[in-house]
Design a protein around this ligand. Sequence first.
Ligand code: SF4
Length: 349
Amino acid sequence: MSRTSPHILTDKLLSWFGQTGRSDLPWRDAPYGARDPYRVWLSEIMLQQTTCAAVIPYFNHFTATWPDVKALASADTDDVMRAWAGLGYYARARNLVKCAQVVADERQGVFPAHEQDLLTLPGIGPYTAAAITAIAHQGPAAPVDGNVIRVLTRLYAIEDVMPAHKGVVGEYSAKMLPQGRSGDFAEALMDLGATVCKPKKPNCAACPWISNCQAYAQGRATAYPVKAPKKEKPTRKGWAFWIERADGHVLLERRPDKGLLGGMTGFPTTHWQTDAIDAEQAVASQSFEGPWRVLDEIVLHTFTHFHLELGVIKVSVDAMPTNGLWCPPHDIDNQALPSVMKKVSALFS
Ligand code: SF4
């Protein structure tokens, strides 16, 4: 198959985008063209490793509560963590506030327009910098996300395996960038991947590139992107403690800022490790005293790098220690609990 000029491919894609671009995404405040950098930044941070459907209610809540970067910069970090609870990858939420503060305090509330300047801000990596440059400013940048990788590895039948194919895709994408419409091009590629060139069942009949697509011509669309063999995720085990004092309040703690679920609120736990410890050892590792029992249920949760099996121990304490956050049961779900802790809480509701 002869290679079609990148510009012809771009024209076909933009024409398709003009007719079918998604209008149901709240961060797209206009059908196309330059967009509000705050909303682009917020949506792109939320969309990392997370689907549009999951992000939309969070995005709407955030923009209703903190409508611009200055409002978010002056927000209480705990309120932001609470609003983020359930979205996962909590370092993103902490960096969100830090980044808003830098933009508000040092840049008069204006996001930089260039990738290199954006990269100096907390929590903004190469993908997000490229996305803001392109989508908010129509600047010359080609963000490469999972959708873009899937579409372009199919279009060009790119055989490189992840992560090598990311660089190759970036080069192809850069060659296709239209002058002054990089953001429309980026969104069009993302839309094509999300709505037509889907992972398992691409709807090639609806694709503007069907006559140019090498994977389609091979009859092997779903063979791309080529994946490295999957590594088995290890399973870690641990214990969570539901520590209840005589007035029914339950002990919560704020996890350290660094590390998994950093800065989120949760129940005290043991370390999570591949070698299990038994309940006696788990209780002995804690400083409380009081009768305890092990619940029958095990909480199962999967993180990016491991599966977790969490046993749960209920403890009744008589003393009224003042350290930690003692929370009435009806208020627990209003705290910034990550999903795994919500699963623990659900066992008691
Ligand atoms: Fe994807 Fe099919 Fe379009 Fe090729 S023709 S880019 S496989 S939807």
